[in-house]
Design a protein around this ligand. Structure first.
Ligand code: NOJ
Ligand code: CA
Length: 828
């Protein structure tokens, strides 16, 4: 058996960013793997399981290049390397590979506008002959009078966009800090050099790039030097070049502009695929505080349509101050008054606080704002730490208040680093009301009612409906202006979102007559509401509550989970196990409920299923045959969730035909696998039919293998008894399967062993196994088949579950189980 190295690859979908959930982080702030007080790529790679568990589909990395770090890395000294504090290029590549293996895409920073003054280009330019190509890499002037109409962005730190350089004997132009000279895009050499930077990272496999400070590439006298046509021209060429060489890549514009200027960065669908919607962000905060939907509706009404292949990026907070550049003076005063009463909270034209602090740690408000972030048109971007309600430290200077170490546990340094607390790149948050001892991942993972778990559910729910990422937006206008209501529609999906912006209970009377005959189903609890008629639909809303409803025609209720099973048709690229990644995974998960209903061993037949999802997927191979051992979690509307073991394999050709004839009910889906050299059509089916899978399992026991998963490990082991019993190499034994059992599925190996796989994966001690062990080890009880081996699932949280038990096969009129002490379910 070969070792498993590869995992799942990414959906071959050029518009993946529309369904994405992006997680923004700085490598130095995430996890320190070598105890020097600075987060690094080794640490980030270790924490990828966390991100996968959270459910995000893309990571946006803040700049990690060599840099004097005077602007947290946005002052780049070398575009094609990694800052030594964060690791090496090879560490980055490992991270990228591991992220992709988990179905997570990676977005990096492309800072085109400026470099650090320490960049070799600038050092060469200041010494080069005026007028030469090298000199002209930057923008020079004899006097600081040019381009007077350009505003100063870092107004708390800089008084001019020009700084004198005594080496060059000239002023150089900069839109940000004076140590960040702007590159000169009039010089074609600059454009070319930056295109090779783009090639460097995209060839490595980076999926997207955020274009920092993109409006400022060109300068023109008499303009504000923002959004100039030349800048758009450059972007179009860059995009064309990327499209010619690469597939499925994305450019994300950071243009802090009014909607009509920001949409220009989409061009005609030929510039950036994405752009941040800056103006909507402060208006969400305003609407919440004013308890009035107007600011949100107003700004979205002013937002022009965008090309089909484009998408907004939405965010509540990021690594910068909460910018108030895109609001009026009165609105800014209001925002300062209500969200930054202490002047220490203010910086430049904005507020340096984190989400939880801004919202006074009021979980209802935090949930409401996240629910809006996840349901308004665009792709949501989560800022690291906000998923656990992390606090800030407004006394740290610049924007460091919101850049402190990620809080993993209540250990020293919040579990971020084992270094001396004095050595950390920034101190952890220890203010009593947001101390990391209370707000950390470990504490929240252990509490299913925590904010982290709430976020996980929100993320998972969004992934189930394409309408959130791709649907149209239509506002409803109930008389009560404190209630924001809108629908999102995509193909046959209609989602109704209703949010109460007020601190108090409100009602809303909605005109839903367009959906007459539908019965709204609340998405999280799957509760069915009364059907919609011609009369107004009246709802009561608790303080700051929000609802997401699916508007489904009556009769098609629970359409996704409990319907009759129609043959599911799937297609993936590369390897069949890609059914477990991206959109296909969601489709498979949605179909599991209907499949499970047909299985004898499924215990939840009489219950209302709310949802099903894979909580673990671990590949195991025998020869060239591969099975994925999966654990499926079934959520019910009323009862506690249950977990089931579902090994799945792919077969094509003759083998697929055999299964179609002999065991059609074991087929989960028709599956086409697209490969470079053509297509392979086959089936996805229950691997308990698979002798190769049976061999892989006994081999795992024989070799005491540990199969690593994301949430835990499958640990196989054998007992002394196995050695005593076995006569030939176990993998040589003839394998047969026993089906038709009530709660288990078994493999029989020659005349020697029987391996019973438990379908329900209950955490804790398995009585069959305990008794078997006891009798094997302690009691010479000859009527008990000795336990020869076990397979356990051990979660990272320290729970165990029995998955399989291998016993001596004892003939007794053809029935092995009548010999065991726990013969609960005889084989019919
Ligand atoms: C925008 C970035 O978000 C910010 O952090 C940075 O300081 C400026 N661009 C300059 O690069
Ligand atoms: Ca480190």
């Amino acid at each position: 058996m070969r070792e498993i190295t590869e995992g799942f690859t990414l959906d071959d979908d050029p518009s993946w960013y529309k369904d994405a959930i992006i997680y923004e982080l700085h490598v130095r702030a995430f996890y320190d793997s070598n105890d020097d007080g600075i987060g690094d790529f080794g640490g980030l790679t270790e924490k990828l399981d966390y991100l996968q568990d959270l459910g995000v589909t893309a990571v946006w990395l803040l700049p990690f290049y060599p840099s004097p770090l005077k602007d947290d890395g946005y002052d780049i000294a070398d575009y094609t390397n990694v800052h030594p504090s964060y690791g090496s290029l090879s560490d980055f590549k490992t991270f990228l590979r591991e992220a992709h293996r988990r179905g997570i895409r990676v977005i990096t920073e492309l800072v085109l506008n400026h470099t650090s003054d320490q960049h070799a280009w600038f050092q060469r330019a200041r010494r080069a002959r005026p007028g030469s190509v090298w000199r002209d890499f930057y923008v020079w002037s004899d006097n600081p009078e040019k381009y007077k109409d350009a505003r100063i962005i870092f107004k708390d730190f800089e008084t001019s966009n020009w700084t004198w350089d005594p080496v060059a004997n000239a002023y150089y132009w900069h839109r940000f800090y004076h140590h960040q000279p702007d590159l000169n895009f009039e010089n074609p050499e600059v454009g070319r050099s930056l295109k090779s930077v783009v090639n460097f990272w995209l060839s490595m496999g980076v999926d997207g790039m955020r274009l920092d400070a993109i409006p400022y590439l060109y300068e023109r006298e008499g303009t504000n030097c923002e959004n100039l046509p030349e800048t758009h021209q450059y972007l179009r060429t860059l995009r064309r070049q990327i499209d010619q060489r690469f597939r499925n890549r994305m450019l994300l514009a950071e243009a802090n502009q009014w909607p009509e200027d920001a949409v220009a960065y989409f061009g005609n669908g030929d510039e950036c695929q994405m752009a941040f919607h800056f103006p909507v962000m402060p208006r969400m905060f305003m609407a919440l505080r004013m308890e009035d939907r107007f600011p949100i509706i107003d700004i979205l009404a002013q937002t022009p349509h965008i090309p089909e292949n484009c998408q907004w990026a939405l965010f509540l907070r990021n690594h910068d101050e909460l910018t108030l550049e895109m609001v009026t003076d009165e609105e800014r005063d209001y925002m300062y008054r209500v969200y930054a009463h202490d002047p220490q909270m203010r910086i430049n034209l904005g507020i340096r606080r984190r989400l939880a602090s801004l919202l006074g740690k009021d979980w209802n408000r935090i949930e409401l704002m996240n629910a809006l972030l996840f349901s308004l048109p665009g792709t949501p971007v989560i800022y690291y730490g906000d998923e656990i309600g992390m606090g800030d430290n407004i006394y740290l200077g610049d924007r460091n208040s919101v850049r402190t170490p990620m809080q993993w546990s209540s250990d020293r340094n919040a579990g971020f680093s084992k270094a001396s607390p004095h050595r950390l790149y920034l101190p952890t948050v220890i203010d009593p009301d947001s101390h990391y001892e209370a707000f950390n991942v470990e504490a929240q993972q252990n509490n299913p009612h925590s904010m982290l778990w709430w976020m996980k559910r929100l993320v998972a729910m969004r992934k189930r409906y394409k309408a959130f990422g791709r649907g149209t937006l239509e506002f409803l206008y109930p008389d009560n202006h404190r209630v924001l209501a809108f629908t999102r529609r995509y193909q046959d999906e209609v989602i109704l979102v209703i949010a109460n912006l007020s601190r108090f209970v409100q009602y809303a009377s909605l005109d839903l007559s367009a959906f007459k005959g539908s019965a709204p189903i609340e998405l999280f609890g799957r509760a069915e509401f009364p059907p919609i008629s011609d009369s107004p639909y009246v709802l009561t809303l608790g303080p700051h509550s929000f609802y997401w409803f699916a508007l489904t025609p009556v009769g098609a209720i629970f359409e996704r989970s409990n319907s009759q099973r129609a043959p599911l048709q799937l297609a993936v690229s590369g390897h069949w196990s890609n059914v477990f990644s991206g959109r296909t995974r969601v489709t498979v998960e949605d179909s599991l409920a209907a499949y499970l209903q047909t299985r004898r061993w499924f215990g939840g037949k009489a219950r209302q299923i709310k949802g099903t999802e894979f909580t673990e997927i671990v590949p195991i191979r025998w020869d060239s045959a591969e099975t994925c051992i999966t654990e499926v979690q079934v959520e019910y509307t009323e009862e506690d969730p249950e977990r089931y073991l579902m090994p799945l394999s792919f077969a094509s050709g003759e083998r697929a035909e055999q299964i179609r004839e002999s065991a059609p009910a074991a087929i989960l889906a028709q599956l086409t696998v697209r490969k470079k050299d053509g297509e392979e059509t086959g089936i996805l089916y229950d691997a308990i039919l698979d002798k190769d899978f049976g061999r892989a399992l006994i081999d795992a026991i024989d070799r005491r293998r540990q199969l690593r998963g994301t949430a835990g490990d499958f640990v196989a082991s054998f007992t002394r008894a196995m050695r005593e019993i076995r006569s030939v190499p176990v993998t040589n034994l003839e394998v047969s399967t026993i089906r038709a059992e009530q709660s288990n599925s078994s493999f029989v190996y020659g005349d020697e062993f029987i391996l019973k796989l438990f379908r329900r994966v209950d955490r804790g001690v398995n009585p069959d196994l305990e008794i078997g062990h006891f009798l094997t080890d302690r009691v010479p009880f000859q009527h008990t088949p000795p336990v020869a081996g076990t397979i356990e699932y051990r979660t990272k949280r320290g729970e165990t579950a029995s998955v399989g038990i291998l016993q001596k096969y004892i003939h007794n009129e053809g029935d092995a189980w009548s010999q065991t002490l726990a013969p609960s379910r005889p084989i019919p």
